[in-house]
Design a protein around this ligand. Structure first.
Ligand code: FAD
Length: 510
């Protein structure tokens, strides 16, 4: 049997992509090396993942938002009570809007009038969920949709011809028309496929440890910069440390209680005593990105395509963005109705977004370096973030609200996420995108636009209805990923609309 697509890795990105491809009717097999999807590091406290606006919108557009909201740990909800301490950035009286290198900004200081194309939406701009619950949700969705998931099957090797890819995994051979590596930062698919992974090396080893502390009053709650690094502490025993050792410790040895105490003492400049170590992991700020996301019939998405420090919490959101961008393009390519260059636009759209995130993470590392000049720079950045314009800028970068693909086009909305318009009957744009097709939203219900959409049956859905708030728009053509391909404020230029439709949806029916 040959599958349309084999995905390597049942992490969140692989599972989301599998759902996207099944939605388009493809046969999908996911190969996952781990037997058991559950692991302590995927649960609280270290398994908490912050999700930003593009991810929440993607879940909204696929009918998964309510299930996602239900996953929120109790300590993330306004009325929640939990045995697990809230992360240090949530332990503030003001409503936190996010942070940059630990410098907090607050929602009240955001000037949302700078975001003219955003409407209030159930999706919102931020949420935090546990990685394990998120993967469980996506695995259940994939399973219900008919995706085959094989666990305990690690991919070791593959070969490709012009027509297919042969994958060797767990002593078995699998055949696919396309292979996608969603197998994380140490991706075998990337290595076997000969993808170049370019970027910068680590400056520090990061530690996430859950410990018992004899004299916790010696540590400061929240994030503290010191002469030798940075630590964050959330009572009673959650500690994160950045030890500027050039990344030397990471993956060389296991973290022992003694080692954790030595590093924490050195970085905190205290003689704090740790009495028990319950959980520990290390990571670094290594920032690398594949210089191509496709070689022949092999593609990369998620951490397999880019890795950076988890500080700032962007990697998963970046990976979901990849999956949402790739799914419909790969499906159209396999169906045979993709316009020329559609699959290449996966790289040209997503690589710059990944590069921006890597730089965002590097900039945060630069502000964490243990030196007096860095602390001086931090004080200036802190002042700037505190201004209304500063908060708004950092909020739009952190929440992903500023995300825009360079698609050309004359309207300022082109390349941006479509606003979640609420139509007269209460339906929202997000709900209209659930089938994973394109959408032509016509607030003035013109027969000319209905006829135009009818030339791409099954690819573009036409909806003629007024919206409660139009934001000055008259019609919008939306890609299956929810990004705007074409828009007009007044009478539509039909040639322009048809060109945009052909650019993303291929040749119209005769
Ligand atoms: C402490 C920490 C906090 C973080 N916080 C955030 C946050 O708040 N927000 C955010 O956006 N991001 C955050 N991240 C980053 C985020 O977790 C990753 O970017 C995300 O998990 C990447 O998803 P993925 O599916 O691409 O890869 P992974 O989650 O790494 O999944 C890859 C899967 O592939 C499997 N696999 C690997 N090799 C093979 C093989 N050869 N064959 C078969 N299967 C294989 C693995 O077992 C795994 O299941 C954080 C990361 C860490 C470490």
């Amino acid at each position: 049997m040959i599958h349309d697509v084999v995905i390597v890795g049942a992490g969140p990105v692989g599972l989301f992509l599998a759902c996207e491809l099944r939605l388009a009717g493809l046969s999908v097999l996911v190969l996952e090396q781990a037997e058991n999807p559950c692991a302590p590091l995927k649960r609280l406290p270290f398994g908490l993942r912050g999700l930003s606006a593009p991810t929440l919108e993607a879940f909204h557009r696929r009918g998964l938002l309510d299930a996602l909201v239900a996953l929120q740990p109790a300590n993330q909800r306004a009325d929640g009570k939990s045995a697990v301490p809230a992360p240090h950035w949530a332990q503030h009286s003001q409503r936190a809007g996010g942070h940059f290198a630990g410098i907090q900004f607050y929602e009240d200081n955001i000037d949302a009038s700078k975001w003219p194309f955003r409407l209030p939406s159930p999706a919102g701009t931020r949420m935090a969920v546990e990685m394990e619950s998120l993967e469980t949700l996506l695995a259940a969705r994939a399973d219900a949709a008919g995706v085959e998931i094989r666990r305990g099957v690690g991919v070791e090797h593959f070969e490709q011809t012009d027509d297919e890819v042969t994958v060797r995994a767990g002593g078995e051979i699998f055949r696919a028309r396309w292979l996608v590596g969603c197998d994380g930062g140490r991706s075998s698919v990337r290595k076997v496929g000969g993808f170049e992974f370019a970027g910068t090396d680590a400056e520090f080893t990061g530690y996430s440890i859950e410990v018992e502390i004899a004299d916790a009053d010696k540590l400061r709650v929240g994030r503290t910069y010191t002469a030798t690094g940075m630590y964050t502490y959330a009572a009673p025993g959650i500690v994160t440390i950045a030890d500027f050792d050039g990344g030397a410790f990471h993956r060389t040895q296991l973290v022992t209680l003694e080692h954790a105490q030595t590093v924490l003492r050195r970085v905190s400049g205290t003689d704090v005593t740790l009495t028990a170590l319950h959980l520990a992991s290390t990571w670094t700020d290594r920032a690398r990105q594949a210089t191509a996301y496709r070689r022949g019939r092999v593609l990369l998405a998620g951490d397999a395509a880019h890795t950076h420090s988890p500080l700032g919490g962007q990697g998963l959101n970046l990976g979901f963005g990849d999956a949402l961008n790739l799914g419909w393009k790969l499906a159209a390519t396999i169906r045979g109705d993709a316009p020329a260059g559609l699959l290449d636009s996966y790289f040209s759209e997503r690589h710059p977004i990944g590069a921006q995130i890597l730089d965002w993470s590097r900039a945060q590392v630069a502000l964490m370096r243990p030196s007096p000049s860095t602390r001086a720079l931090e004080a200036i950045i802190r002042d700037l973030i505190d201004t209304r314009d500063g908060t708004t800028y950092f909020a739009e970068r952190v929440s992903g609200v500023s995300l825009r693909y360079e698609l050309g086009g004359s309207h300022a909305l082109v390349g941006r996420s479509v606003p979640d318009f609420e139509l007269a009957d209460g339906t929202r744009t997000g709900e209209l995108l659930r089938a994973g097709t394109g959408l032509l939203l016509d607030f003035d219900s013109r027969s000319s636009l209905a006829e135009l959409a009818a030339r791409w049956p099954a690819r573009i859905r036409y909806v003629g209805a007024d919206a409660k708030q139009r934001l000055g728009l008259s019609a919008v053509l939306v890609r299956p990923d929810g990004f705007v391909a074409w828009a007009c404020d007044e009478a539509p230029n039909l040639d322009e609309a048809a060109q945009a439709a052909a650019r993303w949806f291929g040749e119209p029916n005769a």
